[in-house]
Ligand binder design. Structure first.
Ligand SMILES: NC(=O)c1ccc[n+]([C@@H]2O[C@H](COP(=O)([O-])OP(=O)(O)OC[C@H]3O[C@@H](n4cnc5c(N)ncnc54)[C@H](OP(=O)(O)O)[C@@H]3O)[C@@H](O)[C@H]2O)c1
Length: 333
């Protein structure tokens, strides 16, 4: 059997393109004792992968040039030399951008397909949902009646943040980049106010209208000028969970904006970066609560699914073009 794989061919400068990735074929190896062979069904593509494509110190190791791109996936055990897994088990792990993955048994985790569709374990019940849950509740700490602003609001993380903020009784304002996303946030997720940052004449004016009582929590997924505008409207004791800065991920130069120290002092505001991994010990708590809200119908989710192994690089690049609503995935089989 042949295993199609996608490797990092070269480190991108600016927006990655077809030269960044290379398709290869290798032979599928047989599992040895304690190993399982997995056939990948779904691959997750995530903005943080852009950071791993450059050779810079970060909270995760850079990808190595010439190696298969790593990333979260879901697959089916098709051969097993492990007592813990049987053929047909659906499992998740970091199988990467390839059709088959030979795993040692401690690298993979069984998923319960009776609780929720398999894809949710890469989205709302996986890292995405947990990022929203801990970033908002542990750092943002929204109270009923407060105003929560979310950038990247119709994306995988942002759409969950807004719904959790609503559950907490907050007033939710979402910023996103297309009319389809604006309708989704308003009509399906019942955000109180929405702003299309691509069509607005003046985002500061729109924000003032959408947040007449100022901003108590700003959940930042994007950084850049959108965040500059929101930061200028923070209330005293505001909290700013800094989750992502996708507007800068493809920039070659350091992205300088207004310096925030004076503002944070004047407003006694808290701005805190985080990675979901900080909360690893509390993942079971987060997953339990997200699962319960999902079952109770208090949370919903969307997925944007591209089909076919060849589509993986495009699906990844679509994140930077804003083509996805909710979690971006690729279905292999
Ligand atoms: N801290 C953590 O542990 C952690 C974990 C997961 C994700 N993250 C971060 O959270 C953010 C959201 O991740 P996600 O997985 O949920 O992705 P996502 O929001 O589903 O997809 C990315 C979205 O970003 C928006 N975007 C792209 N380029 C932009 C730009 N130049 N300016 C403004 N918006 C832009 C696009 O939406 P529009 O159409 O609205 O532009 C796009 O759909 C990312 O920054 C990611 O790195 C952090």
């Amino acid at each position: 059997m042949k295993n199609r794989q996608i490797i990092l061919a070269e480190r991108p400068a600016g927006v990655p393109d077809e030269d960044t990735f290379k398709f290869l074929e290798s032979k599928v190896e047989e599992p040895k004792d304690g190993q399982v062979l997995i056939r990948t069904h779904y691959v997750s593509v995530d903005p943080y992968m852009r950071g791993r494509m450059i050779d810079a110190e970060s909270y995760v190791e850079p990808f190595k040039v010439g190696e298969v791109i790593q990333g979260g996936s879901i697959g089916e055990v098709i051969e097993s030399k492990s007592d813990k897994f049987k053929i047909g088990d659906m499992v998740m792990g970091m199988f990467g951008w390839q059709e088959y993955y030979l795993a040692t048994e401690n690298e993979v985790r069984t998923i319960d397909t009776s609780l929720a569709p398999v894809t949710t374990y890469l989205g709302i019940l996986g890292m995405t949902g947990l990022t929203a849950y801990f970033g908002l509740l542990d750092i943002g700490k929204p109270k009923a009646g407060e105003t929560v602003v979310i950038s990247g609001a119709a994306g995988a993380v942002g759409s969950v943040v807004g719904q959790i903020a609503k559950i907490q009784g907050a007033r939710v304002v979402g910023i996103a980049g297309s009319e389809e996303k604006i309708s989704y946030l308003k009509d399906e997720l019942h955000f109180d106010e929405v702003i299309n940052y691509k069509t607005t004449d003046d985002i500061a004016v729109d924000l003032k209208q959408a947040c007449p009582n100022g901003v108590d929590v700003y959940f930042d997924n994007v950084g850049g000028e959108i965040s500059d505008a929101v930061m200028s409207q923070l209330n005293t004791f505001a909290r700013v969970p800094v989750c992502g800065a996708i507007s800068s991920y493809n920039l070659e130069e350091i992205d300088l904006g207004p310096r925030v120290q004076s503002l944070l002092i004047k407003k006694s505001a808290l701005m805190q970066g985080f990675t979901v991994g900080n909360y690893a010990e509390r993942f079971p708590e987060g997953a339990r609560q997200l699962g319960q809200w999902l079952q109770e119908g208090k949370l919903s989710y969307r997925e944007t699914i591209k089909e076919g192994f060849e589509a993986i690089p495009d699906a990844f690049l679509d994140l930077f073009k804003g083509k996805n609503i909710g979690k971006q995935l690729v279905k292999l089989i």
